[in-house]
Write a protein that binds this ligand. Structure first.
Ligand code: SF4
Length: 378
């Protein structure tokens, strides 16, 4: 748990001694501190500091869950420049798809024998589906599988439906909750800075709207996740601004469960040619700085689909305590060129976690521990 003297000296050498002292005393670091950490040259030293915080909170535990992804449609009216998943209605060269409610429910229920505890469901902004499509989908899954946690729909979808169906955010969320929604994923946050949003996603919910929807969800008792899409046109200052807005909302509501930095993937989208995939160095420092700055977040996740299994595993020493889960049938990153498997078995997750010197802990969607696997035999 202690930081090695080597790392202590490296932090001193980088001029990060005062930030180290702030972190070790349990105080909050500033925006300027976060920027300094992003710019630090000694990644291992910053990682050691983040690891200290991670171990202070969670010891050696590394969390995962047994989950399945479902994307009922990829038809979307928006044109986010980084997106490889969406298709326009009527597109013929590379047509989109829309599942019927029956098909979507059937797909989720078919995973029941695998011991899944959560379905993660997000979709495109479909121009013609009726509101009842979404509520019926939730209602039918809930009725058929009452104990399954339904984590569904980003703030971007909530905003789109509020406008389209003439409802307030609270109405949309309440009707979804009454139909079966338990928690919300954190997608659609991208980078909050208006300069960036104007360039990469100017025709969907704004940062203020994203924040307001999560605030409303928290007020209604719906816990949510949070994300940041990094490694494209944003500046480091804009990453810090993004983290600041999340930390401020968390101070206000305590409704976020986890922060998940998402690495930009460059294939099959409009800006991919201009920007390579973020480096492993960038991924690890982003996770480490997030762990150090977001002092009111319990969990920081390395989404293995976004990073690859090995980098996600390494991140367990850079502030990360969660690897996401089995993630059966991921589509969004795979359509952007991800070459990682479409799912990981629980056994593989255990092996990755153990090889990193951590103890696997299966969690539910609210981070309650379902089972700790102290020994390999367990
Ligand atoms: S990121 Fe979401 S909102 Fe944007 S184009 Fe893709 S599916 Fe549509």
């Amino acid at each position: 748990m202690a930081i090695s003297s080597l790392a202590q000296r490296a932090l001193e050498r980088d001029g990060l001694g005062p930030i180290r002292d702030t972190v070790l005393s349990g105080e909050r670091i500033s925006d300027a501190d976060a920027l300094r950490l992003f710019e630090a040259t000694d990644l291992a030293a910053v990682g050691a500091l983040a690891n200290h915080v991670r171990e202070r909170r969670h010891g050696d535990l590394a969390f995962y869950n047994r989950n399945v992804h479902l994307n009922p449609t990829n038809v979307c009216v928006a044109s986010c420049k980084f997106c490889s998943f969406a298709r326009k209605e009527g597109e013929t060269a590379s047509p989109g798809y829309t599942m019927s409610v029956d098909e979507a429910v059937e797909k989720v229920l078919s995973r029941r024998p695998l011991g899944i505890t959560e379905v993660h469901m997000v979709a495109g902004l479909h121009p013609t589906l009726p509101w009842e499509y979404y509520t019926e989908l939730l209602r039918r899954i809930r009725a058929a599988w009452p104990e399954l946690t339904i984590k569904a729909f980003t703030a971007i979808e909530i905003h789109f439906w509020a406008e389209k169906y003439g409802k307030s955010y609270a109405q949309v969320l309440t009707e979804l909750r009454d139909a079966g929604l338990d928690t919300m994923p954190g997608g659609g946050a991208e980078i909050f800075a208006p300069r960036v949003r104007r360039k990469i996603c100017d025709d969907k919910a704004t940062a203020d709207q994203w924040i307001e929807i999560h605030r409303t969800a928290h007020r209604l008792g719906i816990k949510t996740n949070s994300t940041m899409l990094y490694g494209h046109i944003e500046q480091l200052e804009e990453r810090v601004d993004h983290l600041r807005r999340l930390r401020e909302l968390q101070d206000e509501t305590r409704g976020f469960q986890v922060f998940i930095p998402l690495a930009f993937h460059p294939e099959h989208n409009m800006i991919g040619k201009a920007f390579p995939k973020p480096t492993g160095y960038d991924a690890l420092r982003t996770l480490a700085v997030a762990r150090l700055y977001l002092d009111n977040f319990d969990h920081v996740k390395a989404y293995w689909v976004s990073l690859g299994e090995r980098l996600a595993q390494t991140a367990l020493a850079f502030g990360v305590d969660d690897l996401d889960g089995t993630v059966l049938e991921e589509r969004i990153y795979h359509m952007a060129g991800s070459t990682v498997p479409q799912a990981l078995s629980e056994k593989t997750l255990h092996e990755l976690i153990r090889a990193a010197g951590r103890v696997p802990a299966e969690r539910d969607s609210h981070y309650r521990i379902l089972k700790r696997f102290e020994t390999a035999a367990a």
